[in-house]
Design a protein around this ligand. Structure first.
Ligand code: SF4
Ligand code: SF4
Length: 84
């Protein structure tokens, strides 16, 4: 996987390019993994991207974590199922 591809895949595995905030032209989000540039506040405080265990993985993806799928991810999965 190239660096560029990896950068639009969030740690939890969603593709930022499918995100509404990433696609819009006004206040466009710079992506889950991007530290600089605009990001909605609810994503700045994301518990997954900021997870201390994620920092311990080599790949930077949750699937490598020994807690996977943790309560945070299950909660997120539930939200996606209900909303989309
Ligand atoms: S940081 Fe949030 S708004 Fe931006 S691409 Fe990721 S999920 Fe979407
Ligand atoms: S505990 Fe593991 S699976 Fe859960 S958010 Fe952190 S890195 Fe991802």
């Amino acid at each position: 996987m190239s660096g560029h591809t990896a950068s639009v895949i969030s740690p939890c595995g969603i593709n930022c390019t499918t995100c509404y905030a990433f696609q819009r032209s006004k206040n466009r989000c710079s992506g889950c993994r991007n530290q600089s540039g605009y990001k909605p506040n609810y994503c700045v405080v994301c518990k997954i991207v900021n997870c201390e265990r994620l920092a311990m993985t080599l790949s930077g993806f949750c699937h490598e974590c020994d807690q996977f799928p943790c309560a945070r991810l299950k909660q997120l999965d539930k939200r996606y199922r209900n909303k989309y």
